[in-house]
Design a protein around this ligand. Structure first.
Ligand SMILES: Nc1ncnc2c1ncn2[C@@H]1O[C@H](COP(=O)(O)OP(=O)(O)OP(=O)(O)O)[C@@H](O)[C@H]1O
Ligand SMILES: [Mg+2]
Length: 283
């Protein structure tokens, strides 16, 4: 029987804590469906709308699809072209831009930022597709961006949405707007934009079965597989209802409780204590 977990009693000894779910992306069914959706929007050059509750993985999927951690420094900051090549920036899977408007982005700013990013990207892509020694004509090159994903699209004001539609109309690219549930109703109020939406994707929480599989694999990797762990996994699945952000927060809290109580094993009791120490919203 494992020791009772108390979230507040410190302990001098540090036990074996479980790692939180690894920060690297796990290729879940939802993520794969997002990639399939993005491929379709990219090849059809339509507008796609993706919505889902907070913390399910929309941003992470978009970042992964756009290879954003690697690509971002090249398109968000000016780099001498020669640098791009020296730093291996000519990759064929860099076909997508990810743009996140700031809260209260002033009208006009979204359009300017998108244009600057896509021009830089066009240079980068043109250099990849064509002979890198050829000079690139920026006007003609803008079609090299195949897809723009706008995350947190509800931050765009009516006027910014109008500008984004204009940007889309003038470029031969696909566009994905990502937002929270309800964004589809807001966009329906702008018939010109709405009529261009070809695909809609609802990004859902993980099913309990898939979350259980993901966690069992993670626990097995960490050498924590045991009947106690199986119960703990069931408790995590129950508590989080398949929401990834909640899983991370719960596991971080569980790690803290293990340390405080000098425990080695993640059990359902530890998870329950972790849940009690968390403020858990409805989604
Ligand atoms: N497929 C995944 N593999 C590993 N971790 C994931 C995965 N999906 C989401 N996460 C984790 O869950 C957390 C929330 O993910 P993300 O920020 O992408 O959610 P979101 O749907 O964009 O939420 P919001 O609507 O609040 O912006 C992140 O900390 C991320 O690391
Ligand atoms: Mg997000």
């Amino acid at each position: 029987m494992s020791r009772r977990a108390n979230p507040n009693s410190p302990s001098p000894r540090r036990g074996h804590a479980p790692e939180p779910v690894p920060s690297g992306l796990i290729s879940t069914k939802e993520h794969r469906m997002f990639c399939e959706f993005a491929d379709t929007v990219r090849s059809s050059r339509y507008i796609g709308l993706c919505y889902g509750p907070p913390g399910v993985g929309k941003t992470l999927s978009a970042e992964d699809y756009a290879r954003w951690p690697e690509q971002r420094p090249f398109v968000e900051m000016p780099h001498p072209i020669v640098d791009w090549f020296h730093r291996g920036a000519n990759r064929s899977d860099w076909h997508t831009l990810l743009y996140t408007p700031l809260v209260n982005t002033p009208p006009g700013r979204a359009l300017t930022e998108l244009t600057v990013m896509s021009n830089r990207h066009a240079m980068l892509r043109a250099r990849h597709i064509e002979d890198p020694r050829r000079e690139t004509n920026l006007h003609g090159a803008s079609s090299y961006t195949e897809l723009v994903i706008i995350d947190e699209a509800e931050r765009l004001t009516t006027r910014a949405l109008e500008q984004v539609r204009d940007f889309y109309d003038r470029s031969a690219l696909g566009l994905i707007l990502i937002g929270m549930p309800g964004i589809e109703k807001r966009l329906a109020r702008y018939p010109q934009l709405y009529s261009r939406i070809g695909f809609v994707h609802h990004y859902r929480t993980l099913t309990i079965e898939e979350l259980t599989t993901v966690l069992s694999t993670a626990f097995a990797h960490l050498g924590l597989a045991s009947p106690d762990a199986t119960e703990a996994i069931a408790a995590i699945a129950r508590t989080t209802a398949g929401n990834f952000r909640l899983v991370n927060r719960l596991l971080n809290q569980a790690e803290r409780i293990l340390k405080l109580n000098n425990l080695d094993l993640v059990t359902a009791e530890v998870i329950d204590a972790a849940r009690d120490a968390l403020v858990i919203g409805t989604s």
